[in-house]
Design a binder for this molecule. Structure first.
Ligand SMILES: [Zn+2]
Length: 367
């Protein structure tokens, strides 16, 4: 489950403008890697079932794009299934926390859920006409296509990094994403970082959805609320999403990640603290120091986005172009505790006699 900013923060919609220096192109290298992968698909002996490619809608946006079933984030958002929750809102702008969307297991399947806000003016008959109008305006704003689809792009961003294995089991495609980003061999601190990078991914995917809408319809008003920094950068000429110059593209990609990251650290990270610690304690797999540390692989998966008709790797952390995220003190403490506990578990296991082998006497008479 992924909490979004509370109502108050949502209404404030503060944003930060990141720098816009020129950096070397990131995506071209990744594109090369992908082309190599595409070659493998073509020459692979594994039979590729075309019907299975359609099952990728509802499994992973990245995979659906890789197999040509969708051509953009907007395309996926329009076609992928999700559920709707309805929340009544009677004007408690100060205290009611509304989660605008989730990605969670429901009825045995991981599902994207979108919140529909019902303007509940009936339960406050004595409210002023001004308050009632504010409630209705808020609901209309949130239930609008732009807001709904931005949240959906965010949640479908989570789905691609943590796809449902039960759905995946019926998809027989060699290039299907095999597992979640939370299953890589990582230390507890790296796991806590991935939880936060994944939230950032959701937000960036929301931004890239808006960017697609802007490029398609020319409406810079889509960059509202916490995304308004992008609209300002457009107007100031800091970025040019229509440019085909690799330097401009690299500049814009870094700008998007850097600005969203700064905003996340400043305004949102603390809202995900409980979620991160809970997930760390529930799902982090004991780090195996004898095997490769796969944190950078997890980052690559988290930061793979659909960008102007190809998959782009916006992982600027492994390349050192952006400093690592700064966790909250509580998150660092929880990760340190978990790492210490895991380390003592490993040491104890090393001293113990070997665990009983899984061999069992053969009792099957059919042989
Ligand atoms: Zn989220």
């Amino acid at each position: 489950m992924h909490k979004h900013n509370n109502l108050k923060k949502w209404l404030c919609g503060a944003a930060i403008v990141g720098g816009s220096c020129l950096y070397l192109s990131q995506h071209s290298e990744f594109l090369g890697k992908n082309n190599a992968k595409d070659e493998k698909v073509k020459t692979s002996n594994v039979p590729e079932c075309v019907e299975d490619t359609y099952k990728l809608i509802g499994y992973s946006m990245t995979d659906a794009f890789k197999y040509g079933v969708i051509n953009s984030i907007s395309d996926y958002v329009e076609r992928a299934p999700y559920k709707i929750d309805t929340v009544d809102f009677a004007g408690d702008f100060q205290n009611q926390v509304i989660e605008f969307g989730y990605y969670e297991e429901r009825d045995g399947q991981k599902t994207v859920v979108l919140t529909h806000i019902n303007p509940d003016t009936l339960s406050i008959p004595n409210a002023s006409p001004r308050l009632k109008k504010m409630i209705v305006d808020f609901a209309n704003y949130h239930n609008s296509k732009n807001e709904r689809e931005t949240i959906l792009a965010h949640e479908f961003g989570h789905q691609a990094t943590d796809p449902d294995k039960k759905i995946g089991a019926s998809i027989h495609l060699s290039e299907k994403t095999p597992h979640s980003v939370f299953e890589y061999n990582m230390t507890a601190e790296e796991f806590a970082l991935i939880c936060n990078h994944d939230e950032l991914r959701g937000r960036i995917n929301g931004l890239l959805y808006k960017r697609e809408q802007y490029k398609r319809y020319g409406t810079s008003s889509v960059f509202n609320g916490e995304y308004s920094f992008y609209g300002r950068a457009l107007r100031d000429g800091k970025i040019n999403p229509f440019s085909t110059d690799p330097k401009d593209i690299a500049n814009e990609q870094l700008f998007c990640v850097k600005a969203m990251r700064e905003q996340y650290e400043k305004e949102h990270i603390e809202h995900y603290e409980k979620y991160t610690i809970k997930r760390l304690n529930a799902e982090h797999i004991l780090f195996d120091s004898k095997k490769e540390d796969e944190y950078n692989k997890a980052l690559d998966q988290v930061y793979t986005f659909i960008w102007d008709g190809h998959l782009a790797n916006l992982n600027f952390y492994s390349t050192g172009q952006l400093p690592e995220l700064r966790l909250t003190d509580e998150e660092y403490a929880a990760a340190a505790t978990k790492d210490a506990r895991d380390s003592s578990t490993r040491n104890n296991e090393g001293q113990k006699p070997h665990a009983p082998s899984l061999y069992r006497p053969q009792t099957d008479n059919s042989r």
